[in-house]
Design a protein around this ligand. Structure first.
Ligand SMILES: [Zn+2]
Length: 210
């Protein structure tokens, strides 16, 4: 099975449940669902619509505010950012704007403004996004190409647990989650983006720097 991050073919089966199989890449240690088993974009959008995080939900607000508080100490004054995969709302971006950062918010389904690819950013945030990407290698390389010198990428995702705990791990049950990282696959990702990292800076939150 081809690894969607490093493209090696040296994977072995890691887990199998009623719905999907999960493979472990022998090269970069990414755990992934084979790309042939991914649901269609239409089905994926339906799932996101039904799990909609509302603007009005105080819990969701608080969750995003915590992320911004973990990220803000790593930013310089008025750095420009991109919230990549923001979902239906632009709340996370608004917390940075309140602190003097201008932030664009992009989402493949809800805010698909392709002009982001013609701009440059000082920092990019992917909050619970990287585990959803169909083509993580392509997307992450492309994102690193729109960073200014000394740019930063903040990734929030859960690292996968050891093999014995994986079958009962709640995070893999969401069928829109199609790959999971560990330290080694994050290091591979850093190389791919020509950056250093991961540096753990918060709750499931990792910083990569140029
Ligand atoms: Zn790999």
């Amino acid at each position: 099975m081809t690894c969607p991050l490093c493209q090696h073919q040296s994977s072995t089966i890691f887990d199998q449940d009623k719905i999907r199989s999960y493979y472990l890449c022998g090269n970069c240690e990414l755990v992934f669902v084979p790309r042939e088993a991914l649901i269609s974009p239409t089905e994926e959008k339906k799932r996101y619509d039904s799990h909609q995080n509302s603007d009005q939900d105080p819990g969701y607000h608080h969750y995003l505010q915590n992320i911004s508080q973990e990220v803000l100490p790593h930013l310089l004054k008025s750095e420009r950012g991109l919230d990549f995969g923001c979902g239906a709302t632009k709340i996370l971006g608004s917390f940075f704007e309140q602190r003097g950062h201008s932030v664009d918010s992009f989402d493949l389904y809800y805010h698909p403004d392709q002009s982001i690819w013609d701009k440059k950013y000082d920092f990019i945030i992917l909050s619970e996004v990287i585990e959803h990407l169909g083509e993580p290698e392509t997307v992450m390389k492309r994102l690193s190409s729109i960073l200014n010198p000394a740019g930063k990428i903040f990734i929030k995702t859960k690292m996968y647990p050891q093999k014995s705990q994986f079958p009962n791990w709640f995070y893999k049950r969401d069928i829109t989650h199609v790959q999971f990282f560990n330290q080694k696959s994050f290091e591979f990702l850093a190389q791919l983006m020509k950056m250093t990292g991961p540096e753990k800076i918060g709750d499931d939150l990792f910083l990569f720097k140029e």
